[in-house]
Ligand binder design. Structure first.
Ligand code: ADP
Ligand code: MG
Length: 624
């Protein structure tokens, strides 16, 4: 039989390949805008007619091309941006595949004008369906203009496949916005069918976002900033109350390139946990700068998906930075504490798996102890379920007593909670002798702690509050520093099923970080020789059993989620139960430690830990 394999002619190969790069007019817009950015332009105009079906034109004032380059740029794999494979690991440009112009020229009528600054004349080239039609010298300003007409003229199937003008126009606007958002240092304008749609002067990131989305965007934004060795993160997140039903304004940029990442999106959503109504979507505009060699951009032809070396760490950093911002700007908690650098998330990721970063605690601090004999008492009562240490630091952090300041000094602004109703509350207690005698906390039905505050009163759910305190403490121990452990006089042997033993082995490292010490783990039993400070011997088996059953219900796939589950489970097992009597001192410590938490207003299971009732609310009840 005769041979039947042939090499495809270039123009056919180009047409086929073009399908990958150019799916719709918006793809052309993206490629041309990115080329203009790569050419160091400071002014870029996008001109569109009929949603790109008749014309897509991009005019830039960038570095332009030489006569030779202006022809070469239309060749497949012709690029000035990389020279060798290694360059792929140090990319600083948007393009690098050298395919866009070859692809576009294969399926459209292209007119290009370009001039370099130092040249007298530029060139004017017309190329249609990969065929050069003309090339002439021309008098031009510095920079490059690409006009693309009759897209898909030679692939009617593609042309017919295009969606309505509204849809195609939407895609174009999306691409335009993504590039413009990543480069506020460039002046962008966009015209559609002769009218100006966007005019975005050079500005900062915030202003750029506001200029694009207009309306009330500015007041919705909360800044995010975090600098670590593996990523510099900056940008803005939307306040939860502005969240919408649709997933509109959600943007990640990595090294100034818009990317999509379900994983990072998940991290953001996790940070908003408990703050959004069901199904509501927050806005976010997040810029990540990472060393180019730690990412692989090449996994998708249109380069919107990339691979990170250390996704887990990014996840943790993102989530924690956003949580921090939500808290810091008083979006999440009701109480607006000053930012304490001690609460900042530490990132010691170099030699660590990605773990849940959280706040630092003084693990020797005993809330039961008087200031004078703190340490002594800590030694004597280490195993009390209630001896939850906290991150509370007297010098640097506003204390929960600040909630009461209003009772003594009228008009002093302390927290948001105390702002309301100045007049009423201060006149109630102001300079009042009785105040000295007012008991600060009351336990009600062995379930709630009630306490007067400037605006009225706060009612705390003791169990949930204690869960929150313990949860944050465990997380800290697991991720930041190893917890101290109480050595047991007689090691304790506990029996488990084979499945459970496997799970314990898997968790060993995290459990040890909470303070457990394992002498041995065999096929069917474990021998424990040390316990976390706040777990007593009689509680061990129940804590471990509940933990194992929690983990078996939904075994998390990353160590990061695992830590979270362990902390939640142990917090629930160990928290003071409803029905437990608390001494006044214990009540006070509970309140104290709760408001020293990073997220005091919800339990680890996202249930409210406290509610407030203003004097006004009470007045209303009495006026009936
Ligand atoms: P890539 O961007 O991947 O290099 P392209 O096909 O998009 O591939 O562009 C090919 C080359 O043409 C670029 O590497 C660049 O040197 C040149 N070029 C394209 N657009 C411009 C422009 N607007 N200004 C200056 N040079 C450009
Ligand atoms: Mg390009």
């Amino acid at each position: 039989m005769s041979s039947i394999i042939q090499l495809l002619p270039d123009h056919v190969a180009n047409q086929i390949a073009a399908g990958e790069v150019v799916q719709r007019p918006a793809s052309v817009v993206k490629e041309l805008l990115e080329n203009a950015v790569d050419a160091n332009a400071t002014d870029i105009k996008l001109i569109i007619k009929d949603a790109g079906k008749s014309l897509i034109q991009v005019i830039d004032n960038g570095k332009g091309m030489s006569v030779t380059d202006s022809r070469l740029c239309f060749e497949r794999h012709a690029t000035s941006k990389i020279r060798q494979a290694e360059d792929l690991f140090s990319l600083h440009t948007k393009g690098f595949r050298g395919e866009a112009l070859a692809s576009i020229a294969a399926i459209a009528h292209v007119e290009m004008k370009t001039k370099q600054e130092q040249e007298e004349l530029g060139v004017h080239i017309i190329i249609e369906g990969s065929k050069f039609v003309s090339q002439e010298p021309a008098v031009l300003p510095k920079g490059t203009s690409f006009a693309i007409k009759n897209l898909f003229f030679n692939i009617p199937a593609r042309r017919n496949f295009l969606k309505s003008e509204t849809v195609e126009q939407r895609h174009i606007v999306d691409e335009f916005q993504r590039v413009a958002m990543a480069h506020p240092n460039i002046h962008f304008t966009m015209y559609h069918n002769g009218s100006e749609m966007f005019n975005l002067p050079i500005s900062n990131f915030r202003q750029r976002i506001v200029n694009i989305f207009a309306g009330k965007t500015n007041e919705k934004l909360v800044p995010v900033k975090e600098e670590t060795e593996i990523v510099n993160l900056h940008g803005f997140i939307g306040k939860p109350e502005f969240a919408k039903k649709s997933r509109g304004e959600q943007f990640f940029f990595v090294n100034n390139r818009f990317i999509k990442s379900g994983y990072l999106h998940h991290a953001v959503m996790a940070a908003y946990e408990g703050l959004l109504k069901d199904g509501a979507q927050p806005s976010y505009f997040l810029y990540l700068e990472v060393p180019p060699h730690t990412i692989d951009i090449n996994i998708h032809p249109t380069k919107t998906e990339i691979k990170f070396d250390d996704e887990h760490a990014l996840y943790a950093i993102l989530r924690s930075a956003i949580k921090h911002s939500l808290g810091q700007f008083n979006v999440a908690p009701v109480l607006d504490f000053d930012r304490d650098p001690n609460l900042d998330t530490p990132y010691q990721y170099q030699n660590k798996e990605a773990e849940y970063p959280t706040i630092q605690f003084d693990s020797t601090f005993n809330p039961f102890a008087d200031d004078s004999n703190d340490r002594e008492l800590a030694k004597q009562k280490p195993a009390k379920a209630f001896a939850a240490p906290s991150g509370y630091r007297k010098e640097t952090q506003p204390s929960w007593e600040s909630l009461y300041v209003g009772l003594k000094q009228a008009g002093q602004e302390v927290t948001e909670m105390t702002f309301e109703n100045d007049a009423v509350s201060s006149s109630l207690f102001e300079e009042n002798e009785i105040e000295q005698e007012v008991k600060r906390t009351y336990q009600i039905h062995k379930k709630y702690i009630v306490s007067p505050i400037k605006s009225g009163m706060v009612i705390i759910n003791q169990k949930r509050a204690h869960e929150r305190i313990l949860y944050e403490e465990f997380l800290t121990n697991m991720t930041v520093h190893q917890a101290s452990s109480q050595q047991m006089l007689f090691p304790l042997q506990l029996y488990f099923s084979a499945v459970e033993i496997d799970l314990i082995r898997e968790l060993q490292h995290s459990l040890e970080n909470t303070g457990f010490l394992f002498e041995s783990i065999t096929e069917d039993s474990i021998v424990i020789s040390g316990l976390p400070v706040n777990v007593t011997e009689s509680e061990v088996s129940i804590v471990l059993e509940e933990l194992l059953s929690d983990l078996q219900d939904g075994i998390p796939d990353s160590s990061f989620c695992q830590n979270d589950t362990i902390a939640k489970s142990m917090a629930r097992s160990l928290a003071v139960k409803t029905g437990t009597y608390l001494t006044e001192r214990e009540q006070e410590n509970l309140v104290h430690n709760l408001f020293a938490c990073k997220e005091p207003n919800v339990s680890p299971f996202q249930k409210p830990t406290f509610i407030t009732m203003s004097v006004e609310d009470l007045d209303k009840k009495f006026s009936l």
